[in-house]
Design a protein around this ligand. Structure first.
Ligand code: HEM
Length: 165
């Protein structure tokens, strides 16, 4: 349903931008910024079978951190182009048979991030607002070194911001 002018940044208009949705999801696959918080503690001992058939025992009380970086770059899950940036991997026809825990930027299961939809929507709304007014370009001072504390982000990010006339 449409509310307001077609270029208003409303919930409905932002939701209609399907390529932007795929783009933001692919950014989150490449840079899972809160991966250090997708952790669980085993409430009873259990055996898990790894993808190469090995059986591992998780003892009661052991804490486990999901390695979203590795999972989200795994060629057996995402295909041979896993290390390329390609928003179209999130087209419905390309996502059909993907494992439900392949994409973990917001965690999964009963403790999945409750702010997921708000965060995705906000990211898209901010991008629309900024990209309408400015172009962002790499410059000589741009460094893309990434660091992880609680969240993962660029150590510093200097870019050239050019107003759109
Ligand atoms: C880009 C933004 C965000 C990212 C990447 C993110 C990521 C995550 C991740 C990975 C978890 C752990 C999920 C799991 O263990 O399965 C989490 C938990 C949580 N997030 Fe977010 N989050 C974001 C924004 C938000 C926002 C906007 C809110 C609130 C408005 C929020 C509230 C929470 C809460 C309360 C939890 C704990 C849930 C629980 O333990 O039951 N997050 N988030």
């Amino acid at each position: 349903m449409f509310h307001g002018r077609p270029d208003d940044i409303t919930y409905t208009n932002v939701t209609d931008l399907k390529y932007l949705d795929r783009f933001v999801k692919e950014v989150a696959r490449f840079h899972p910024l809160a991966f250090t918080v997708t952790a669980r503690r085993a409430i009873h001992s259990t055996n898990l079978k790894t993808s190469n058939g090995k059986l591992i025992t998780i003892e009661k009380g052991v804490s486990i951190l999901a390695d979203s970086f590795t999972i989200q770059m795994d060629e057996s899950i995402w295909g041979p182009d896993a290390k390329e940036f390609n928003p179209d991997r999130f087209l419905p026809e390309n996502s059909e048979n993907r494992h439900p825990m392949a994409w973990l930027p917001f965690g999964t299961g009963p403790r999945i991030c409750p702010g997921k939809n708000l965060a995705l929507h906000e990211a898209k709304a901010v991008l629309i607002f900024l990209l309408r007014k400015f172009k962002f370009q790499f410059c000589d001072e741009t460094k893309t070194e990434i660091i992880t504390n609680t969240i993962t982000n660029f150590k510093e990010l200097k870019m050239k911001v050019v107003p759109r006339l």
